[in-house]
Ligand binder design. Structure first.
Ligand SMILES: Cc1ncc(COP(=O)(O)O)c(C=O)c1O
Length: 458
């Protein structure tokens, strides 16, 4: 089929994630990938600046992962892992994860992706408190600009309001506090650091809601889709203290930050704290097949295992513990370990950040941040006031298109150019990413300034 016939067929038959026909003009049909590069149906090559959707950590074109899938599919592609059934890849993956994640987390439930992991975390938190005789503890607190997926409860925890209006009402019992954004969070308490002040918002929210009603606080160690918000170093230590003090479970949403993205295996390792529940997806298989899940602390596992059969943990997905997906995950972990890609993310990320900092002097570049190979460049209309451009100039789309024209694929969220290239990206390509940003931003700013001037003139 020709490219234009494929595009016509796409328009006739596909509903895309975040669907709107206005995006058709920039649709590209992706056909192949190798390492950090992807190719479209016209044969043009791009740097994959977002690893697909923050997930292709080991890079594209890994034969070894395809072989692992093929081997498992030709032996036993699928069978149910419902209680009473199990399979070798799921057992091996759970055991292996117990050696990689936080020491107090040794038990895992698998899902097909991140939103299902969020749902599982919320339900597990409620289950835990009910089992301990505290059935009123049901509320979940999250942050503005958080992204936890788009099923109904996950969407309600997600703190990006653009996702809500056409699907309201949201699930009751989900509350949001400010994000610990070092660029935009302001504190009126001079006695404590910015990180502690931002964490204290959690204490205020728990006290407002009533500690006896709050089941959990969910947080991405680095907020991804909300614009790569790297919290101050002391934020999570204070969050952990508050959660422990008020009997609120701490859920780490490691769907993006897991499996090396930030230069450590898991994001909270940077901050020296452990969650009660952690959730993951994306990088566990580098996106080669869908897989997600949660890990629970030994204390939670004891509670789950301790209830009478009649009140069992009645939660399930057909594809939980999918043998093929778990086999691919094991192969993906082999690659991450053998090629020391977690260390590579730390070293490459430091290089990327250093070079991105060189952009901060540019007109319109308000803030630059990164942790490992997870970075953002925030573009603003006014560097003094930090004001964003008005929505009608569609800066994000213009930036995305300008980057694509120059050979860089990525996403722009809330006027933050997000970067999360595969962990295998070479130094030369990391430097090229920064050069492309340097070339692309000024003409886009010129265009939107001209447009804004025209739209405000009489
Ligand atoms: C932190 C986080 N949690 C959850 C999700 C939802 O994952 P999925 O799209 O697989 O449902 C995402 C997806 O980007 C995410 O970034």
């Amino acid at each position: 089929m020709s490219v234009s016939a494929s595009l016509d067929s796409d328009r006739a038959h596909l509903i895309h994630p975040l669907h709107h026909p206005s995006a058709y003009a920039s649709t590209r049909i992706w056909v192949s990938g190798e390492g950090a590069l992807i190719k479209d149906a016209n044969g043009r090559e791009y740097i994959d600046g977002l690893s697909g959707l923050w997930n292709v950590n080991v890079g594209h074109g890994r034969r070894e992962l395809a072989d692992a899938a093929q081997r498992q599919m030709s032996t036993l592609a699928f069978h149910s892992a419902y209680a009473g059934g199990s399979n070798e890849p799921a057992i091996a993956l759970a055991e292996r994860l117990s050696t990689l994640v936080y020491p107090s987390i040794n038990t895992f439930f698998f899902t097909s992706g991140g939103a299902e992991a969020s749902e599982t975390s919320f339900k597990t938190a409620r289950f835990y408190w009910k089992a301990l005789g505290k059935p009123e503890k049901i509320k979940v607190i999250s942050r503005h600009r958080a992204y936890h997926g788009l099923t109904l409860a996950a969407m309600s925890a997600t703190g990006l309001s653009a996702f809500w209006p056409m699907f309201e009402p949201r699930t009751p019992g989900f509350l949001h506090i400010d994000a610990p954004d070092p660029y935009r969070f302001t504190s009126r308490d001079p006695k404590v650091s910015l990180g502690v002040a931002a964490a204290n918002k959690l204490e205020e929210a728990i006290l407002d809601a009533g500690p006896d009603t709050v089941a959990a606080f969910i947080a991405e160690p680095v907020q991804g889709a909300g614009g790569v918000i790297v919290p101050p170093v002391d934020y999570f230590r204070r969050v952990r203290e508050i959660c422990t003090r008020y009997d609120v479970l701490l859920i780490a949403d490691e769907v993006i930050t897991g499996f090396g993205r930030t230069g450590r295996w898991f994001g909270l390792e940077h901050y020296g704290v452990e969650p009660d529940i952690m959730q993951f997806a994306k990088g566990i298989t580098s996106g080669y097949v869908p897989l997600g899940g949660i890990g629970v602390s030994d204390a939670i596992r004891e509670v789950i295992n301790g209830v009478p059969a009649a009140t069992r943990w009645m939660h399930a997905y057909t594809y939980s513990g999918h043998p093929t997906c778990c086999a691919v995950a094991l192969s993906n972990l082999d690659v991450l370990e053998r090629e020391r890609l977690v260390e590579r993310a730390a070293v490459g990320g430091a290089r990327l950040l250093e070079r991105l900092r060189g952009l901060e002097a540019m007109d319109g570049v308000g803030h630059v941040r990164a942790l490992g190979l997870m970075a953002a460049v925030e573009v603003v209309a006014d560097k003094t006031t930090k004001a964003l451009f008005p929505a009608q100039v569609a800066l994000a789309q213009k930036l995305t298109d300008a980057l694509l024209e120059r050979g860089l694929y990525t996403r722009v969220a809330l006027d933050c150019i997000c970067l999360a290239p595969p962990l295998v990206t070479s130094d030369a390509l990391l430097d090229r990413i920064v050069d492309i940003l340097r070339e692309a931003i000024p003409p886009v700013l010129d265009a939107v300034r001209k447009e804004s001037a025209v739209s405000v003139s009489p």
